[in-house]
Each structure stands twice: as structure tokens, then as C-alpha cells.
Design a protein around this ligand. Structure first.
Ligand SMILES: Cc1ncc(COP(=O)(O)O)c(C=O)c1O
Length: 389
């Protein structure tokens, strides 16, 4: 048989630097502050609800767009958090994580030749997903240290081919939370150019120092043109469950549900039950306040650890990532630094140039994740002292 030929849309999307770093981390027994997931257990009340659902034989296909109980819990959450009335039947779709939500939305809304605008650095699935849908990514840089953007450059990125604006707030990897003024500027451009917004808000509950997360869908004129994507994996520290959900107007949901239906059809039933119970119970048991307080403590500790190790951290308003400045350490680029860190120091981080269309344009930084137990961070602190040496 001749060499199997993969589709042209895969061109350029081979093994990533993440795979290389994970392999190096395993080989060198490194403490992993690279990958973005918690190394501590998810809450018992969430896990027990899923276990009970399995025992109660809630193990067959869920409706394609999600269990009614979970969709109602999501709608209730929008009402309490943001004062927005959401129709749980027509305006909520449950997906296999935010990743599937993003791809289903792109496949549903983007035609070949359409452009999709997002900020750079970006979450790593945005480029391949845009390309898989036949679209062209158009990026606008966020500038460190506070990750502001040039308003004129953003306005200039919009044109008659622009179909989607993909906004991530709180933002991975920078930890930026977009301000109401920035959101208004983006919203006005989207309205002026009749552009749909995909709002990736998976870190909505993880914000610091009194920062407030505002969904762009709540701005005037935005509900009809926005699909907001959340992932219960981040909020309830069960990233492996892969349950996400999309909230937005019925017209956009109809398109999304078509691609979702013929892609995954439906998402794991008992885990949807688990998350319905989680959303119904979390506020009343004080879970969200505790989550925030715990992450605030972890963020403060890792900022101090990185500062002590000669890796000055940039400000973080949300998410569970810190970008540290590595200029002056003598490395040609962030990949070289991260290779050194994992092989010689025994700590894994992510080189953020992987989140740039042109890696050579990335500032000299390294991304560290603090969704980690105190013991993991203290062990990393000890090893990071070797950098000083
Ligand atoms: C910004 C952002 N969007 C989407 C995702 C994917 O979420 P999920 O695991 O629910 O697919 C992540 C996960 O790290 C993320 O950081």
C-alpha cells in the first residue's frame, strides 16, 4: 500500500512543542508546572453526584444538546451571576469540553475565505480549528506587561471577510481579564461590521484582586451575535470530564447543534448529571468563594517563588497561569530556556512562542501553571533555586 495521505487541512499541524516538553518532563522526572490542569482532586460533592448517576443507571445517550437538568442549571447560573434570562431549551448546548464547542461553532459559522480575528498570544487550538473550518486566522497582538492592544490595529483587522471574533477572557496564557471599556470597544467593532463573537470564558470563576469578569454577551446588542463558551472542567477541577457548554441566541444555537450532532452527538450522561448537581449546589456550599480564595493563595505563592528564582512574574488578573520574564538569562528564545529548565533544573514550563503565528515575534517569557498543590509548588521552589546557581 502506498503511504496514506492525510488531508491538506492538516498541513503544518504536526507534533507540537507541548509534546516535546511533556516527553522531556517525563524523561527527567520534572515537576510539571507546564500543562494547564489541577494536580489536586476535584470536590467530593461533584464526584459523588457522577458516581450516583452511574449507579442509578443514567448511562444511556443524553439528548444531543444536553440533559435538561444541566441546561436548566446553566440557565439558572446565568441568571444569578449576570442577571440574564436564558432559555434552557433553545439557548444552551452541552458539548464535549470547550475544545469541541469551539470547533463545532467554527464549522457551523465559518466558510472558506472567511477571516477569524483573535488576539495573540492565543490558546493553541484556535489556529488549527479556524483552518479546519476553511477560515483564515487574523491576529492582533497583546502587548506585555499589561497585555493591552492597539485599538487602531484591532479596528484595521476588521474587513468585509471578517466572520468571527474569538475572544478569550480571562485570558490564557497571559492572565489578562479584559476591562469593560476594552469589551465595549470590541463589541462596537463587531456590531459595526456585523461580526459574530465566540467568547471563550472557561476561566470565568478564576479571577483575582477584585477583578470582575464581564461576559461580552451581556453588553448592549451583543446577545444575538455571541456564543459564550464555558468549561466545567476548570471551575470544578475535573478537566478530564470534558464537559463544556455554549450559551447564546437560538439562531446561533441551531447552527452549532447541527455540527455538534454529527460530530459527537451527545456528551457523557453521568458526568452531565454530576455537573448539574455541581452547578445547583456550588454557590450554596460556598464553593466558588473557596475556589477563588484557594487560587488567589496559589497565585501569590507561585509569584513569590518565581520572583525569588530570578524569574520576575508579570501581573495576573485571572486564569491559573503566570508569565515570567526570562530576558537577561542568556537564552536565545523561550524554547531553549524551557528545555534547559526541564533537563537541568527539573521543572517544566511552557514556551509561549507556541501561542504566536510567528514564534520569532514572541517576547521572552515562560508560562507557569499554578493549578498545583502546595507540595508541588514547594518542590518546584527548591529546584528553581538551582537557576540562581
Ligand atoms: C482558553 C482555553 N480555552 C479552551 C480550553 C479547553 O477546555 P476543555 O478542556 O473544556 O476542552 C482551555 C483549556 O486549557 C483553555 O485554556
Amino acid at each position: 500500500m502506498s503511504e496514506p495521505r492525510s488531508a491538506q487541512r492538516l498541513a503544518g499541524f504536526g507534533t507540537t512543542v507541548f509534546t516535546e516538553m511533556s516527553a522531556l518532563a517525563a524523561e527527567h522526572g520534572a515537576i510539571n508546572l507546564g500543562q494547564g490542569f489541577p494536580d489536586f482532586p476535584g470536590p467530593d460533592f461533584v464526584k459523588e453526584a457522577a458516581i450516583e448517576a452511574i449507579r442509578a443507571d443514567l448511562n444511556q445517550y443524553a439528548p444531543s444538546h444536553g440533559l435538561p437538568r444541566l441546561r436548566e442549571a446553566i440557565a439558572a447560573d446565568w441568571a444569578t451571576q449576570h442577571g440574564v434570562e436564558v432559555d434552557p431549551d433553545a439557548e444552551v448546548t452541552v458539548t464535549s469540553g470547550a475544545t469541541e464547542a469551539l470547533l463545532s461553532a467554527m464549522l457551523a459559522l465559518v466558510d472558506p475565505g472567511d477571516e477569524v480575528i483573535f488576539f495573540e498570544p492565543f490558546y493553541d487550538s484556535y489556529v488549527p480549528q479556524t483552518v479546519f473550518a476553511g477560515g483564515t486566522p487574523r491576529v492582533v497582538p497583546l502587548q506585555p506587561p499589561d497585555w493591552t492592544f492597539d485599538h487602531d490595529a484591532l479596528a484595521a483587522a476588521f474587513n468585509e471577510r471578517t466572520r468571527l471574533f474569538l475572544l478569550n477572557t480571562p485570558h490564557n496564557p497571559t492572565g489578562k481579564v479584559f476591562s469593560p471599556q476594552e469589551l465595549k470597544f470590541i463589541a462596537d467593532l463587531c456590531i459595526e461590521h456585523d461580526v459574530i463573537v465566540l467568547a471563550d470564558e472557561v476561566y470565568e470563576r478564576i479571577v483575582y484582586d477584585g477583578s470582575r469578569h464581564v461576559p461580552i454577551a451581556t453588553l448592549p446588542g451583543m446577545w444575538e451575535r455571541t456564543l459564550t463558551i464555558n468549561s466545567t472542567g476548570k471551575t470544578f477541577s475535573v478537566t478530564g470530564w470534558k464537559i463544556g457548554y455554549v450559551t447564546g441566541s437560538a439562531a446561533l444555537q441551531t447552527a452549532l447543534r447541527t455540527t455538534h450532532q454529527f460530530n459527537v452527538f451527545a456528551t457523557a450522561t453521568p458526568l452531565q448529571h454530576g455537573l448539574a448537581v455541581a452547578l445547583e449546589t456550588a454557590a450554596e456550599v460556598g464553593y466558588y468563594d473557596q475556589l477563588k480564595a484557594d487560587y488567589q493563595e496559589r497565585r501569590d505563592r507561585l509569584m513569590a517563588i518565581l520572583g525569588d528564582a530570578g524569574l520576575p512574574p508579570l501581573p495576573v488578573q485571572g486564569s491559573y497561569f503566570i508569565m515570567s520574564d526570562i530576558t537577561g538569562l542568556g537564552f536565545a528564545n523561550d524554547v531553549e530556556f524551557c528545555r534547559h529548565l526541564v533537563t537541568e533544573v527539573g521543572v517544566a514550563a511552557i514556551p509561549p512562542s507556541a501561542f504566536y503565528l510567528d514564534p520569532a515575534s514572541a517576547p521572552l517569557l515562560a508560562r507557569f501553571c499554578f493549578a498545583k498543590q502546595a507540595s508541588t509548588m514547594e518542590a518546584a521552589a527548591e529546584r528553581l533555586q538551582r537557576l540562581r546557581a
